[in-house]
Write a protein that binds this ligand. Structure first.
Ligand code: HPA
Length: 269
């Protein structure tokens, strides 16, 4: 609590910008930050105690500005469990963006497609998630000033936002699949046996982020929505090895379309 307050004070010493919408930019989407009307930038490393991103192609900074006539704060680069950070550290920037004033959160990521109807390049609206392979950011003493001890997760991905996103995608002729996202710790990709298990459990897409952020965000009162870019067939679907390069390549290839979708979403919500 004291740390969050101190971090917020530091941010407020630099900018009094109040965002309506917070957006976490996943793999391939980082360039969106160069296309908004930028008002301020703060590197994560300037903010005492905030974890810094280490993933390939991820910068590590908050970018404040205007997009589609809305005030936004972008996380250009996120933090992952596989970098050695805890779930609580991953919650830190999400909570800060809420304390800055944002009340809607758009989470984006790159994911492997488990659902056999998905192909690389598809977008999946996250309908729901499976969190039981990662630890909750809410364990330990509850931060009562942020939210309740036992938050409801039945509307984790906000119904109203999901409806608005489906309409926006439809109106701009962008095909949007929908499904359940599961977060694993990584950094290794899954085995074919794990993918079979995840499919049996009801997962449509797998990745190494997002779920912890959603839990922290729901707890502190954000309305949350999420989009996965399917960058590859999940392991074992094709008889070929999966690499990080393949994920990055698809993500950069589809980036312009992904940017367009996010802009339409920002306009619609
Ligand atoms: N598995 C886990 N994380 C991922 C994948 C995947 O197949 N693709 C992109 N991120």
């Amino acid at each position: 609590m004291r740390m969050l307050k101190k971090q917020l004070e530091y941010i407020r010493s630099i900018t009094d910008f109040v965002p309506e919408i917070a957006i976490v930019l996943g793999s391939g989407l980082g360039a969106l930050a160069d296309k908004i009307d930028v008002k301020a930038i703060i590197e994560y490393s300037e903010i005492e105690g905030l974890p810094v991103s280490t993933a390939p192609s991820h910068k590590g900074r908050f970018v404040f500005g205007e997009l589609q006539d809305k005030t936004v704060v972008l996380m250009q680069g996120r933090v992952h469990l596989y970098a050695g950070y805890s779930s609580k550290q991953i919650a830190n920037p999400i909570r800060l963006m809420r304390l800055m004033g944002a009340d809607k959160l758009i989470l984006t990521n790159a994911a492997g497609g488990i659902n056999k109807d998905f192909k690389p390049g598809d977008f999946m609206l996250i309908d729901d998630h499976i969190s039981c392979f990662v630890s909750s950011p809410l364990v330990g003493k509850n931060l009562d000033f942020l939210g309740t001890r036992f938050p409801d997760m039945s509307n984790a991905y906000n119904k109203g936002l999901k409806a608005a996103i489906k309409t926006a995608a439809n109106n701009s002729n962008i095909e949007l699949k929908s499904g359940v996202y599961v977060q694993l710790k990584g950094p290794q990709f899954e085995t074919p046996a794990e993918i079979k298990m995840l499919s049996t459990l009801g997962a449509d897409a797998v990745g190494m982020s997002t779920v912890i952020e959603t839990i922290a965000a729901v707890h502190c009162g954000f309305k949350v929505c999420g989009i996965s870019l399917i960058t590859n067939y999940a392991c074992g679907i094709l008889d070929k090895p999966l690499t990080g390069e393949e994920v990055e390549e698809t993500a950069s290839f589809v980036a312009p379309k992904f940017e367009k979708l996010i802009k339409e979403i920002v306009k619609a919500i």
